[in-house]
Design a protein around this ligand. Structure first.
Ligand code: SAH
Length: 397
């Protein structure tokens, strides 16, 4: 197995800028204004607490109630306090002094030993064309990640990021352009969900790990996040309502299957041909399509959950009838679904989305060949909805 090559951002810098219409320029103008406001806030807060970045305390939100009981016990704090503190933390409090059933002396001890773990909303953009909102969050070390909330009549789905940046180098994806900065901790993923739930005042029902980062490249923290978000005293989101999307880190697909957690798996396939997939996604040089499909079949057999194959449709690259036919042959007989994502143009990639007619032709071809396929509505097309686009436009990372 070869190692994965990290694509150099220079590859993209020279490529043609294709997002250049008036609407985009207007939107970009608005974002720049927001960033100036955000920077002023950050500077003021740094002055208030100069060593904030150097301090590293245990974060309450990183723990289940059971873990808090044992941590408190080791510190000589009565066990029943753990449950009370956990309750406050999940109420999205921002200050220990809001814990009004905890004695002041204990609050001081807690302040000394722990951080609550709160992300800051730097920017929120609500779409005018659909019911999605995009959030840019600031982490405690000043890095930023983005999340998307998609509201439907009967559910609220949140798309979370799992890493700051990404090392996978997929050629159409904005998240990977500056490479991987760092993994997110479990609480940093959890708090994206909690903050959105409180901001929209609506229970989050579904979580998709399709924001920035490769979830299976941050395996342990992602697994812990799943357990925290599923906890009945916490967000209490059933495992069947989680989807993890991966570019195809094959050994980790097996590992995830063996956890026997009934979550949904989405595999970013994007081409039925190995050579072509290698051009689009460097990970394909490490694991063949056949290895991925075998791993997905194993996942289905162990979890009994359907696998989704994501297929980002790029004009003139992977959108022909030949591709649809090869894809149908590849997936025949697998309990699966194909999600066609017309490419969101990221200026560095130079890729274009096919015309509407071509997108439907591709889908119809698959359906006729017996493969269940849908076209993913492009949520938030006016708010830089694709992976990593908002963070890039705001921070140039
Ligand atoms: N690392 C994970 C999550 C990525 S985001 C993965 O690779 O699956 C979720 C999906 O969006 C992936 O299928 C990804 O390939 C796709 N994607 C990323 N940027 C895109 C863009 N600009 N247009 C269309 N699809 C994109």
């Amino acid at each position: 197995m070869s190692s994965i090559e990290i694509r150099d951002s220079k590859d993209y810098r020279d490529s043609k800028e294709i997002i250049d219409d008036k609407e985009t320029r207007d939107v970009k103008g608005r974002y720049r204004k927001d960033l100036q406001v955000a920077n002023v806030q950050r500077t003021n807060e740094k002055l208030k607490d100069e060593d904030a970045c150097n301090r590293k305390k245990d974060v309450l939100k990183n723990h289940s109630p059971e873990e808090l009981v044992s941590i408190f016990d080791n510190l000589g704090i009565k066990k029943f306090r753990a449950k009370q503190v956990y309750g406050w933390v999940m109420k999205n409090i921002s200050d220990f002094d809001e814990m009004n059933n905890i004695p002041k002396t204990l609050r001081e001890t807690l302040k000394d030993k722990f951080d609550i773990g709160n992300l800051k909303v730097l920017v929120k953009r609500s779409s005018k064309v659909d019911s999605s909102s995009k959030y840019l969050f600031e982490l405690m070390d000043g890095e930023t990640v983005e999340s998307v909330a998609m509201e439907y009549e009967d559910r609220l789905t949140v798309c979370v990021s799992s890493q700051v940046g990404c090392k996978m180098g997929c050629s159409f994806c904005a998240s990977t352009i500056g490479g991987l900065i760092r993994n997110l901790e479990p609480w940093e993923i959890l708090d994206q969900v909690l903050k959105i739930q409180y901001d929209l005042n609506k229970r989050v029902s579904n979580i998709v790990m399709m924001g920035s980062g490769e979830p299976l490249d941050n395996y342990d923290n992602v697994l812990k996040f799943l357990k925290l978000a599923n906890h009945k005293d916490g967000l209490n989101i059933g495992y069947r309502h989680f989807t993890i999307s991966t570019c195809g880190v094959v050994p980790k697909i097996y590992k995830l299957a063996d956890e026997k957690i009934p979550i949904n798996l989405a595999l970013s396939l994007h081409s039925p041909f190995d050579e072509e997939r290698k051009d689009i996604m460097p990970i394909a040089r490490a694991y063949s399509i056949e290895e991925n499909i075998t791993a997905c079949k194993y996942f289905v057999s162990v979890t009994n959950r359907r696998v989704t194959f994501e297929y980002s449709l790029i004009d003139g690259v992977n959108s022909s009838d030949k591709h649809a036919e090869a894809l149908a042959r590849l997936l025949r007989g697998i309990l699966c679904h194909v999600n066609i994502i017309p490419i969101n143009s990221v200026k560095e990639s130079g890729y274009k989305r096919p015309s509407k007619g071509y997108i439907y032709r591709f889908k119809d071809r698959l359906t006729k060949l017996g493969i269940n396929a849908t076209i993913r509505e492009s949520m938030g097309s006016d708010i830089e909805g694709a992976c990593g686009q908002l963070r890039r436009s705001m921070t140039n990372k």
